[in-house]
Design a binder for this molecule. Structure first.
Ligand SMILES: Nc1ncnc2c1ncn2[C@@H]1O[C@H](COP(=O)(O)OP(=O)(O)OP(=O)(O)O)[C@@H](O)[C@H]1O
Ligand code: SF4
Ligand SMILES: [Mg+2]
Length: 333
């Protein structure tokens, strides 16, 4: 396996307005590193405001960094002028949360899916038409010819997101970054679209960065997972290993909050993560999770833990695991 995308120690700082006259800085990402091998899938999970979308934009070369760098297939794309990113823009595609605002309402579905081929000057008219139909067919917007003639307002939310997926796939990208691709789609189509994306990712062998606030979908969707809290990765490792044995108290709390079926066959929340996430403009001292952590102990409000490999392949930023015994690494509860 070779590394396709490597985000190294990325920090992103935004200036946010405070009232009319003053402003404050928000460190949306604070020293975040991820790598993605060719064909590999990585889920990034965390609550609202943890920096997921910012990281997605960093991976797509759309976000200015305050520190760190982004390397794609050996090429440093950090701060590169747009003219130098042509190849990268073809090889890396994004799928975003909102299929309503990301698709032009004045274009037909066929034109929307064809546009990236025109931008990148790929194929003649016949070849492009064939590629558009194949992409629509792959996302099961069938019959493809009929769908290509429609406008997006004639489609459901789920169908529009399929158009967005077809538009991303038509360039046969090596990297797909999907930022909460089903959160604005009606519940009945969510699982279907997620499985379709996984199937197509496997078929085409693209690397996949899947951004979600829903740790349960990460389980089905990715080989590795990174859990974010207030602009940092607090736990990362193979998905099954992390979900089977979460070692960061925040990961454990996210898993406890996963809805599970009750006897009446409705879903309910078990135990939402206690308390509100603090503002990234004013992160807590020491361990950022300490005000909400049921395991917090002496010194957690002063000492800022960094990621440490606790068991093979599983890194955790929590002071509980300093000087741990590998075999006994398990949170109670
Ligand atoms: N353009 C911006 N200007 C100022 N602050 C921003 C900007 N974009 C993001 N932020 C702030 O950076 C932090 C991280 O935002 P981000 O959108 O990456 O979080 P997220 O994890 O994607 O959240 P959500 O689940 O709500 O989509 C938040 O505090 C957000 O308010
Ligand atoms: S370092 Fe302390 S406060 Fe932070 S997650 Fe670990 S136990 Fe909780
Ligand atoms: Mg987001």
């Amino acid at each position: 396996m070779t590394t396709l995308l490597s985000v190294q120690n990325a920090s992103v700082v935004f200036r946010a307005r405070q009232g009319l006259l003053s402003s404050t800085t928000v460190r949306a990402l604070d020293g975040v590193s991820i790598t993605l091998d060719r064909g590999e899938s990585l889920s990034v999970v965390g609550e609202s405001g943890s920096g997921k979308t910012t990281l997605a934009r960093v991976g797509l070369g759309l976000q200015r960094l305050a520190a760190g760098r982004v390397v794609f297939d050996g090429l440093d794309i950090t701060g590169a002028p747009e003219g130098r990113l042509k190849g990268f823009r073809r090889r890396a595609q994004g799928i975003f949360q909102d299929p309503f605002s990301s698709l032009d309402p004045y274009m037909t579905v066929g034109q929307i899916v064809e546009e990236p081929l025109l931008i990148h000057k790929i194929g003649g008219p016949e070849e492009r038409k064939g590629a558009v139909q194949a992409a629509l067919d792959e996302v099961r917007l069938r019959p493809a010819e009929e769908t290509a003639a429609k406008f997006t307002h004639q489609l459901s939310g789920g169908q529009r997101q399929r158009v967005a997926i077809a538009r991303a796939l038509v360039l046969k990208p090596e990297l797909i970054v999907a930022d909460e691709p089903v959160s604005m789609v009606d519940a009945s189509s969510r699982a279907e679209i997620l499985y379709l994306m996984r199937e197509l990712q496997e078929k085409h062998g693209a690397a996949f960065l899947y951004i979600t606030h829903d740790i349960a979908t990460a389980y089905h969707f990715s080989q590795r997972i990174a859990v974010m809290y207030l602009g940092r990765i607090v736990e990362t490792g193979p998905t099954r290993q992390v979900i089977g044995n979460p070692l960061h108290p925040y990961t454990q709390a996210l898993l406890r909050a996963v809805p599970e079926p009750d006897p009446a066959n409705r879903t309910r929340r078990r135990a939402p993560v206690e308390g509100e996430p603090p503002s990234p403009a004013h992160p807590p001292s020491g361990c950022r999770f300490h005000p909400r952590c049921p395991y917090a102990f002496e010194g957690c409000d002063r000492e800022d833990p960094r990621l440490l490999e606790v068991v093979a392949g599983q890194e955790v930023a929590c002071r509980l695991w300093k000087g741990f015994e590998e075999e006994g690494a398990r949170l109670p509860g």
